[in-house]
Design a protein around this ligand. Structure first.
Ligand code: SF4
Length: 311
């Protein structure tokens, strides 16, 4: 396979087109074949067998996104949010790789693989409405019934509820790092509103008839835990009831090595604006956790790595 190249980020002119989104601006889109689609899971989500990323790059371009560190080159890392590589052969690869897994494991105790979708992109970012790659991957996976986690911040999941209810082992992780829209707009200005994400989870609860389909487990991942203004906190916590698990964790703090997952400098800069929170971050984290535990006794509250497990 030839080495891929990226227009705007190198001298050559590869296959590329631009999409313009009213809110997100223009992104360079590179449809390219991938070598494989299921990657062995490591690090924070090392408890899974595989990660599955239909795309590389992410239009949401959140200021704190650690995945930018895994961009193909430093120019693209700087321009995180404005390019997406579409793994155009993802569906064929997945079918083959799942078949191979079941073949290899047919005499072992493990009946199904566990898959985390996605670790370095959002499977429901806006371009998904055009390519429907995530939907096609779900259509493949539903035949194999893996233990699947879908990690997203997009209400666009509503499109696929018909498929969700056919998975026996599915957890939906919705990322909502703050209860204050102003904070959301500072740290992740391109992402959907907090309310839109919560509404999508309520719709999921109402959509699935337990007599006819499987209800997924629902987590809200407050990762990284961003400030919430005191006047929004109570209302926010009440709305988190829609989940059966809340996960929170702080920023990855290291920013000094380019190829290590870490908070981007934009977010570090933004922390200065929210000094009132970050100056006593540990204390605020603890207080937030206590409020969660008090207000949501029926919801599992987990911190860090442990919260990202399927079980
Ligand atoms: S949605 Fe996720 S992958 Fe995309 S930029 Fe934000 S944190 Fe990164």
């Amino acid at each position: 396979m030839t080495q891929p190249t990226y227009e705007g980020y190198c001298r050559e002119t590869p296959k590329v087109f631009k999409v313009r989104d009213k809110r997100l601006g223009t992104a360079n889109i590179y449809p390219q074949p991938a070598r494989s689609i299921l990657s062995p899971a490591t690090g924070y989500i090392g408890g899974y067998d595989f990660t599955l990323n239909p795309y590389r790059g992410c239009q949401y371009g959140c200021s704190y996104c650690y995945a930018a560190a895994f961009s193909p080159n430093s120019k693209m890392r700087q321009d995180w949010g404005n390019w997406v590589i579409v793994k155009e052969n993802a569906v064929e690869l997945l079918e083959k790789e799942l078949q191979r897994w079941y073949q290899k494991n047919r005499n072992t105790q493990q009946k199904t693989p566990s898959i985390y979708m996605s670790s370095v992109t959002d499977p429901y970012q806006p371009i998904e409405s055009k390519f429907q790659l995530t939907r096609q991957l779900l259509e493949v996976m539903v035949e194999y019934q893996p233990r699947l986690v879908i990690q997203t911040r997009s209400p666009a999941i509503v499109r696929d509820f018909d498929l969700f209810q056919r998975f026996q082992f599915l957890r939906v992780n919705m990322s909502i790092p703050t209860g204050s829209e102003a904070v959301r707009k500072d740290f992740e200005p391109r992402s959907p509103s907090i309310q839109a994400r919560l509404n999508a989870l309520s719709k999921l609860r109402n959509f699935i008839d337990p007599q006819k389909g499987y209800m997924p487990k629902i987590s809200i991942t407050i990762t990284p835990l961003l400030p919430t203004f005191p006047e929004h906190e109570l209302e926010f916590i009440k709305k988190l009831r829609v989940a059966d698990r809340i996960v929170f964790q702080n920023f990855h703090t290291s920013t000094n090595r380019s190829l290590v997952a870490s908070t981007r400098s934009e977010a570090i800069e933004l922390q200065k604006k929210y000094r009132w929170w970050y100056e006593s971050a540990d204390q605020n984290d603890r207080a937030f956790k206590e409020k969660l535990e008090f207000a949501l006794p029926k919801v599992e509250i987990k911190e860090g790595k442990e919260g990202f497990s399927y079980e």
